[in-house]
Design a protein around this ligand. Structure first.
Ligand SMILES: [Ca+2]
Ligand SMILES: [Ca+2]
Length: 236
């Protein structure tokens, strides 16, 4: 199941980006086979022409059943319980994968108190700086990630965005860019061109799930799960 990007409300302004799963039609068999042969030839030519680019993968596993929040009246669904997360860099892109304890429904049912759900990767590309603000409150200084890979469900549709928070260091606004993402059963995958996160040679990351009781741009959220539970993972 692949769900393409759609807007997530007035708090978010969209600059540019790539969308997958929209409008692709299956080619006729002969055309498809021809294309495959061409692609294979091209791939072979590439392999012989340039050295293979190494992709670096870092991952973390996380217990099943550790997702919880303080308000006992709000149930945490299994699809907000992280079991594994990984970041792969190389070939000009970063790929973010989150595996969950249960499949993500096509249309999650939000409890009355809940406004949004998210699945995020928080990227700390510069440990000496702490950007502020969106998707958290304007004065927030706790969540100092330079970039946030953010898949959000707003009660109607899923969206995938990259939040570049580095402009806030100079008093500017975060830059929000739609990104490619896919939800297949219990796995969420997002892909980001490395240039959109400053082509870092290394960074720290942490995966989280969040459950919002108000709109983005606030501190009104609970974090049922994270991976790792404390600290962060170094890439590469
Ligand atoms: Ca977990
Ligand atoms: Ca955890």
């Amino acid at each position: 199941m692949i769900r393409p990007f759609s807007g997530i409300g007035p708090a978010v302004f969209l600059i540019c980006g790539a969308v997958i799963g929209a409008g692709a039609k299956r080619p006729r068999r002969s055309v498809a086979v021809h294309a495959m042969v061409l692609a294979a030839s091209f791939a072979l030519a590439l392999v012989s022409a340039v050295p293979a680019t190494a992709s670096s993968v870092t991952s973390v596993t996380d217990p099943v059943g550790d997702a919880s929040i303080h308000p006992q009246g709000i149930l945490v669904p299994g699809y907000q319980d992280i079991v594994r997360a990984s970041v792969t860099g190389g070939d000009g892109r970063f790929v973010f994968v989150m595996d969950l304890a249960a499949p993500v429904p096509a249309v999650p049912t939000l409890q009355p108190e809940v406004k949004l759900l998210d699945w995020s990767f928080r990227l700390n590309t510069d440990v000496t700086t702490a950007p502020r603000g969106f998707p958290w409150a304007p004065g927030d200084s706790i969540h100092g990630a330079e970039y946030v890979v953010f898949i959000v469900y707003d009660g109607t549709s899923f969206s995938g965005i990259l939040i570049d928070r580095t402009p806030t260091l100079g008093g500017g606004q975060p830059v929000i860019t739609p990104i490619s993402f896919a939800i297949r059963g219990s796995e969420i995958t997002a892909s980001v061109p490395e240039g959109l996160i400053g082509t870092p040679s290394s960074f720290l990351w942490r995966a989280t799930t969040d459950l919002w009781v108000a709109q983005l741009g606030t501190e009104a959220f609970w974090q049922p799960d994270s991976a790792p539970d404390t600290g962060s993972v170094a890439w590469p």
